[in-house]
Design a protein. Structure first.
Length: 226
């Protein structure tokens, strides 16, 4: 991999990317409230399950196909797929989260003039916009390898989950690093599974995540927006 590609991947996966990732726990805080997550082991199990059974067959697979559509600037297919993804969000806060982060990444792309004018024009037409579609745009216009882009997205997701667990369980920093070490091979498996998933097999069915997210909307005390 070229240094330019690596630095672009690190940029996209960075927690310093100003899209508001730190504001969300994607159901983890509600799982802590329900005592499904109690310590480092249960936090690791939650994150591994999310990677293999939610992201791999949902968001990661979706990003892979949107990446290819961005390469060809297929505006109609991009818009239709993004509408379907947004409709698949199982709770109001999950939908708000992806729309807010998608909007923020879109504004960043315009401000930094990522990509060519034609694809930025297509990006402008996508309103509302999901985060995965915006991420696929960023990866495609930086001409990154799709497998590496999926790994960056998955690692950024896992890192944010660890950060949320450190605050919400709470866990120590060392426990968090142990989880990140443990999920490295899981990320590889999740990306491989995603790349083998055709569009018609993309599946966001995760009912307990939807239930926990819906509960979180009215949770009495919380640190995160979702």
């Amino acid at each position: 991999m070229l240094i330019a590609e690596l630095t672009a991947l690190l940029h996209l996966a960075s927690p310093a990317l100003p899209i508001g990732t730190f504001s969300y726990s994607q159901g983890l805080e509600a799982a802590v409230e329900a005592q499904w997550i109690r310590d480092g082991d249960t936090a690791r199990e939650w994150i591994e399950s999310g990677l293999l059974h939610v992201l791999a067959r949902g968001e990661l697979a979706f990003i892979g196909h949107q990446f290819a559509r961005w390469q060809h600037d297929d505006a109609s297919a991009l818009a239709q797929a993004d509408r379907q993804f947004l409709a698949s969000r199982e709770a109001a806060e999950l939908r708000r989260e992806t729309e807010q982060m998608g909007w923020s990444l879109k504004q960043l792309a315009f401000s930094l003039e990522w990509g060519d004018a034609a694809r930025r024009a297509t990006l402008e037409t996508l309103t509302p916009l999901s985060q995965p579609t915006a991420f696929a745009f960023a990866a495609a216009v930086h001409e990154l390898p799709v497998d590496a882009a999926l790994a960056a997205y998955a690692f950024a997701w896992a890192e944010n989950q660890v950060a949320a667990a450190i605050k919400a369980v709470p866990l120590g920093q060392l426990a968090g690093q142990r989880i990140l070490m443990a999920v490295r091979p899981v990320i590889e498996r999740a990306c491989a599974r995603a790349l083998d998933t055709p569009p018609e097999r993309i599946n966001t069915f995760s009912p307990m995540l939807g239930v926990l997210s819906a509960r979180h909307e009215t949770q009495y005390s919380r640190l995160f927006r979702s």
